[in-house]
Design a protein. Structure first.
Length: 116
């Protein structure tokens, strides 16, 4: 079913505001969950809003390549400190298994060999 831009923005607003999940919107409006997500993004971008981060943001964190300095730790929120702790534990577990990940994760170091 085709929706006008205003209708798509309204569906996206409902998802962005948490009135509906994207799966509920998909069922209610006869669209796929990916289309519902796209409507939410359309609404977000049209209104200059920041991305919404749900549970997935905690499960798949974004890691910068450099560890934080002590000054940065002092200025971090509780959630940011938790993410740094998770990052440290992941690095420790990888080192115990004998490898290290560099940069965005495409380069893995096994001992002295590089693998892509």
């Amino acid at each position: 079913m085709k929706y006008t831009k205003e209708q798509r923005l309204d569906i996206g607003r409902q998802i962005y505001d948490g009135q509906l999940s994207r799966y509920e919107a998909a069922e209610r409006y006869g669209i796929s969950d990916r289309t519902a997500r796209d409507y939410m993004r359309l609404y977000r971008d049209a209104n200059g809003l920041p991305p919404k981060h749900g549970e997935r943001a905690l499960k798949v964190p974004f890691f910068k390549s450099e560890p934080a300095s002590m000054e940065e730790f002092k200025n971090m929120t509780k959630d940011e400190l938790i993410m740094e702790l998770v990052k440290a534990r992941i690095a420790e577990a990888r080192l115990k298994k004998g490898y290290e990940v560099k940069g965005d994760g495409t380069v893995i170091l096994y001992g002295s060999k590089n693998t892509r």
